[in-house]
Design a protein around this ligand. Sequence first.
Ligand code: NDP
Length: 496
Amino acid sequence: MATISVENPATGAHVRDVEVTPPDAVAALVARARSAQPGWEALGYEGRGRILKRAQKWLIEHADEVADTISSETGKTREDAMLVEVAYGANALGFWPKKAPKWLADEKVHTFNPFVLGRRMVVRYRPLGVVGVIGPWNYPLVNSVGDAIPALAAGNAVIVKPSEVTPLTSLLFERGLHESGLPDGVFQVAVGTGETGAALIDEVDMVMFTGSTRTGRKVMERAAQTLTPVSLELGGKDPMIVLADADLERAANAAVYYSMQNGGQTCISIERVYVEAPVYDEFVAKVTEKTKALRQGPPGAAGTVDVGAMTFPPQVEIVERHVQQARDAGARVTTGGHVRAGTGRFYEPTVIADVDHSMTAMTEETFGPTLPVMKVADAEEAIRQANDSPYGLGAAVFTKDLAKGERVARRIDAGAVCVNDAALNYLALELPMGGWKDSGMGVRHGPAGLRKYTHQQALMVTRFAPKREIHYFPYNAKITGAITRGIELFYGRGHR
Ligand code: NDP
């Protein structure tokens, strides 16, 4: 049996070997899920909710073990593991079972079309069957397990294919669900490489994919072969706009936090900042000073490290390349700018000033602890530059003028825009979260983020039996006349 060796990126230590599910074993896994799903669906919202709430309790009781596991395979700090991942999971395990009965309840529909008057019409939602969740390495709990929770609450069986770099969190969560009473086969983990992910696409009823735009395209192409629906949460290059009247201290804190948190390896990281000219120098000075003060290193005791490791080896080269290319093109690195010497895989928290769109640091996803800052003449230029990107995931605007902030926000081409905050929309599971342009298709969170795991079925029940239906055969001239008069009567007024 082939295995994957999991390494701790912060120390280089070997963590554990895990067994791989080869592509040709995926069909059997899905068959098992398929036979377990009807029993899970039959438990109803209440029965499923009870088990998911028990899993919530399990997660809270095992928070330390889960956070340690996440840190060991990603190299992220304890706070990044606890605050962003464990807290998200604990919230989601309560939220989805509570919302599912409301958001998936039958909806009564009324029509004014005279040709179908008198019928009872209902939209109902039914689980799809088996959902395949394919996740990235940067948030093994939020983006692999996290997306499985609404799918389970809706009544589906789920198979998660975590990144081969970070399979341990999904395996631990599988244990947690089992100990919480989830029936066998309803949640399974397929550890493996991209080939295992590709095989999963062939077998499941829907694919929830989170990862790079490049792989997202491959996933959609593969899914087209079996007409399997996909939801794609892809890469980003989130801009922050800082207007001259902003609370500069708050804007600088947010820029540093949301670019460096999780080592900058977050899809909705702040990846570029546009600052109005009058406050540009002061802003650069502030973010430089704050970034210099960050403590970086292997996750240690609580509150001892701010910025963790680079999880995925090739990502370090991308960060190095972007910073070097910006330097060569005339940008100013005001702090950081190098791979950190010593054990573990770290890139120094880095601020790059005086950048522009000739530099890859401003146009391509860097996915590292870098904060490039560009001077702009005014809000108009900031909006233009923010929208000059193939990506459209999130964005942030800082200003004390809230009306202006909202006006600017509404002109940015992105799935979510925060005013005087960044990325925080992710925690409001009531809000849809999804990318525009190359950042994705579909949303997670909100009613649409739950309904995508279901079929919609339209029910029409005719309560009465008219003697003669206007559209039944045989057609005759009298009927044609009635139809014509009906069209004129109901739709024709004002159109002559
Ligand atoms: P990848 O696209 O490289 O991988 C994502 C997942 O897809 C992994 O499990 C990977 O397996 C798997 N995979 C690879 N090839 C295929 C294939 N042909 N068919 C099916 N599955 C395949 O992304 P990363 O793991 O590098 O994650 C980083 C990216 O994720 C960034 O671009 C980031 O912006 C994005 N992201 C987006 C989020 C969002 O909500 N929009 C949230 C978090 C991250 P393996 O790892 O084993 O190769």
